[in-house]
Design a protein around this ligand. Structure first.
Ligand code: NAD
Length: 417
């Protein structure tokens, strides 16, 4: 992996590219390119062996002009302040592009959760929550799951917050259904990726049933996208997780694979070697496929591999998987990219439904939740594609431009600028 610029610089390069198209006034740049608030907290944890370890946790609130801050919490050794800052900014543009009443935020703890016990993770989550609780609130900042966090993590955050401020289910989204979670939220990001791809295929005149898909990352987002693609009759030929990947020209049984991974197996271990070839994550990115879905970490496509990507369509389920240099190479080569702020926006859209459910004390029916999700993803795709076609720019530039315009209008009205 070769990162040419830091994640925060990359997001701001995309910002500058888009700001140029809409001729954004100079006075907005400083306000919209920096975070409103960044907090860094100590997270001490008593480990199972009796030792005490201190981890570093962050919560970055990028811009709240359009509503309460919203964004996931990531547990990863590389979740440093720069990465969290970049992810928070992406949330601002994503929420604005989808016209959700939220600003953008992100949280992260620099930790390798894969080597920790459940008890250690619970303790870490509670300490992190109390550390940042002063800047959270149902109308201030509402966390959600991201890499290596899930519904159980959200339940611990909700409990830790509620023990200090009183019962507050709307303080997090992506919770278990038993605690006020919305049926459909867990699937919403992966499902939204598929809705966006289907809308794109219609727009570009592509027949998805003849296109072979490869997915990097088989966690929440990757596995649900795979399940929905399979249900729609779209062949998935390769998938991977942190342990490596598998490729089969004939297509994989992703439902069986997702069930095996959900029960704790790794992707390479869950597939019979007679039915698929083992591939590394680097090989998967360059494999023979038509649609490539990064659904793991950032900076996957860079100057060193973008010209070797064989897919003609890239759907960014992961956040910031493409460096600005790789983005330029994709544009030159005519690779169509559905950018992260559009492709994976089903997650925060589902979170919005859940938050609305909690504050209004009602419960969504799953079919209604999915219909509404599809409608919002399709509308956002069409709006972005219309802008892109009209101005002759990529979907990324169009998506950023539309998001920035909406936030700039709100910032002006509220008197930030
Ligand atoms: P997850 O923790 O459930 O899954 C991550 C997957 O990536 C796992 O299969 C893991 O093994 C794999 N992985 C980790 N490191 C890897 C590496 N170095 N190489 C290859 N694979 C690796 O996380 P998730 O919630 O599915 O998030 C995946 C991506 O989607 C992230 O970029 C996240 O920001 C983005 N996203 C998530 C949501 C959401 O609702 N969860 C919403 C929007 C965007």
């Amino acid at each position: 992996m070769v990162a040419e610029v830091s994640p925060a610089e990359a997001v701001n390069q995309f910002f500058d590219d888009a700001a140029e198209i809409i001729r954004l006034k100079d006075e907005f740049h400083e306000v919209l390119k920096t975070s409103y608030r960044e907090i860094s907290v100590q997270v001490p944890v008593r480990m199972d062996d009796g030792s005490e370890r201190v981890f570093r946790g962050y919560r970055v609130q990028h811009n709240g002009a359009r509503g309460p801050y919203k964004g996931g919490v990531r547990y990863h050794p590389q979740a440093d302040l720069n990465e969290v800052r970049a992810l928070a900014a992406l949330m601002t543009w994503k929420c604005a592009l989808l016209d959700l009443p939220f600003g953008g935020a992100k949280g992260g703890v620099m930790v390798d959760p894969l080597v920790m016990s459940q008890r250690e993770l619970e303790s870490l989550t509670r300490r992190y929550t109390l550390g940042i609780s002063y800047v959270l609130g149902v109308n201030r900042d509402v966390p959600a799951p991201d890499v290596n966090t899930n519904a159980q993590t959200m339940a611990w955050i909700m409990d830790a917050y509620s023990s200090r401020y009183g019962y507050t289910p709307a303080i997090v989204t992506g919770k278990p259904i038993d605690l006020g979670g919305a049926p459909g939220r867990e699937q919403a990001t992966g499902r939204g990726v598929v809705y966006a791809l289907q809308e794109a295929a219609e727009h570009w005149g592509l027949d998805l049933s003849t296109m072979r898909v490869a997915i990097q990352g088989f966690g929440n987002v990757g596995s649900w996208a795979a399940r929905d693609l399979a249900a729609a009759g779209v062949p998935v030929v390769a998938v991977s997780d942190v342990h490596g990947g598998v490729f089969s020209d004939r297509g994989l049984d992703v439902i069986e694979l997702a069930d095996a991974v959900a029960s704790g197996r790794s992707v390479p271990d869950a597939v019979d070697q007679r039915h698929a070839d083992r591939v590394t994550n680097e090989e998967l990115v360059e494999c023979d496929c038509d649609v490539l879905i990064p659904a793991a970490l950032g900076d996957v496509f860079h100057a060193g591999n973008a010209d070797r990507v064989r897919a003609s369509v890239v759907v960014e389920a992961a956040n910031h998987p493409t460096t600005p240099e790789a983005d330029r190479i994709f544009t030159e080569r005519g690779v169509k990219v559905i950018p992260d702020i559009l492709a994976n926006a089903g997650g925060v859209t589902g979170s919005y439904f859940e938050w609305a459910q909690n504050i209004q004390q009602f419960r969504w029916k799953e079919e209604r939740f999915n219909e509404e999700l599809r409608e919002r993803m399709s509308t956002a795709f069409r709006r972005t594609a219309l802008f892109a076609d009209d101005r002759g720019v990529t979907l990324r530039r169009a998506g950023f431009a539309l998001g920035i315009e909406a936030v700039a209008r709100a910032a002006r009205l509220r008197g930030y600028v």
